[in-house]
Design a protein around this ligand. Structure first.
Ligand code: SF4
Ligand code: SF4
Length: 130
């Protein structure tokens, strides 16, 4: 599996999803209890790893990736909603946002494009526990 290449959000500055599908074809997606409850209606779509549940892959792609897009976009797991942002309780000053630290996966094709990341973080993370 490919590792995320995390950089502080202030270095990335801007982000937008360019809908390239790279993340859906590269990472194992962790599934929370709420995600599992929401998605179990789709049947056998999970596998159990050492530290929890993940979405299955077919031919290296997420089981829900088809026709060049996410087939369950409005119901996708929280990890997909937050990607390429990762919250940490500790970190460096360049990553600080309010009382948490936010890193960006520079592998994402949309890093450096689109909206200012500060605006996006306010929508995604204000009031969200780490
Ligand atoms: S890699 Fe980035 S730009 Fe491409 S689909 Fe994933 S989030 Fe969007
Ligand atoms: S659930 Fe959707 S957004 Fe998440 S990895 Fe699968 S196809 Fe991509």
């Amino acid at each position: 599996m490919i590792d995320a290449n995390l950089i502080p959000w202030r270095l990335a500055r801007r982000w937008m999803c360019v809908r390239c599908g790279w993340c859906c074809c590269s990472y194992d997606v962790p599934v929370t209890f709420d995600d599992e409850r929401r998605l179990r209606k789709y049947g056998d779509v999970f596998w159990r790893g050492k530290i929890g549940l993940y979405l299955k892959k077919i031919d290296g792609k997420c089981v829900f990736y088809g026709d060049g897009k996410c087939l369950i976009y409005d119901e996708r797991p929280i990890a997909c909603r937050r990607y390429p942002f990762y919250l940490r309780k500790e970190g460096e000053e360049l990553a600080r946002f309010e009382n948490v630290y936010v890193y960006v996966d520079s592998n994402c094709r949309g890093v450096g494009k689109g909206r200012r990341i500060e605006e996006i973080l306010k929508e995604l993370f204000i009031g969200v526990p780490c």
